[in-house]
Write a new protein. Structure first.
Length: 186
């Protein structure tokens, strides 16, 4: 069986975004975790056209259990899973994992299944009726990442992340983003 993730040895443990949680996060993490616009746009405002995407994994597979529950998918339902690294000037900035169910791909006329090296944020934030439904946060210790990710990014400290349920035309998708140390300095 092929892996569900290039990023993780096991599924991260997520904390629901409840009142007061924001203030428990470091200020630089709050700034990124609660960014309401496109992270890609924010990165480009700092790095310009140097921001690029490296696809680490893109395949149809069953999402992790918590992802299926959040998106209300059955255990048998496959989704398009896409994991990428956003970087600029050889600096790894953001790791991202996206779960796109078939119904969401259909609702977007397959636009989300043929992204190539384009950042997802550039596409989904162009939809006028994009809805943000829910958000969770996590803190991931270095041992939770795969050796491949550690080699790619040199992560040597805990990494904060957020996952957001978005809906386009009432069809949901899940976007998880992990803020690497270099991005927190911006």
């Amino acid at each position: 069986m092929t892996s569900k993730s290039f990023l993780f040895n096991r599924e991260p443990l997520w904390l629901e975004n409840r009142q007061g949680l924001r203030h428990k996060l470091p200020d630089n993490v709050q700034s990124w975790a609660y960014e309401s616009g496109s992270l890609t746009r924010r990165l480009r405002s700092f790095y310009g056209d140097a921001v690029a995407v490296k696809i680490l994994l893109q395949r149809w597979h069953k999402p992790f259990l918590s992802e299926r529950r959040l998106l209300k998918l059955s255990e048998r339902q496959y989704s398009l899973i896409r994991e990428v690294l956003l970087y600029a000037n050889d600096k790894p900035l953001v790791l991202a994992r996206t779960i796109i169910p078939a119904a969401t791909i259909k609702a977007t006329q397959n636009n989300l299944s043929h992204l190539g090296n384009r950042p997802l944020g550039e596409i989904i934030f162009s939809y006028p009726k994009l809805e943000r439904m829910a958000m969770d946060v996590t803190l991931i210790k270095p041992f939770a990442w795969t050796q491949s990710v550690l080699a790619e990014t040199a992560i040597d400290q805990p990494v904060w992340g957020r996952r957001t349920v978005y809906a386009i035309a009432h069809k949901q998708m899940l976007v998880s983003e992990f803020f690497l140390p270099d991005v927190l300095d911006i």
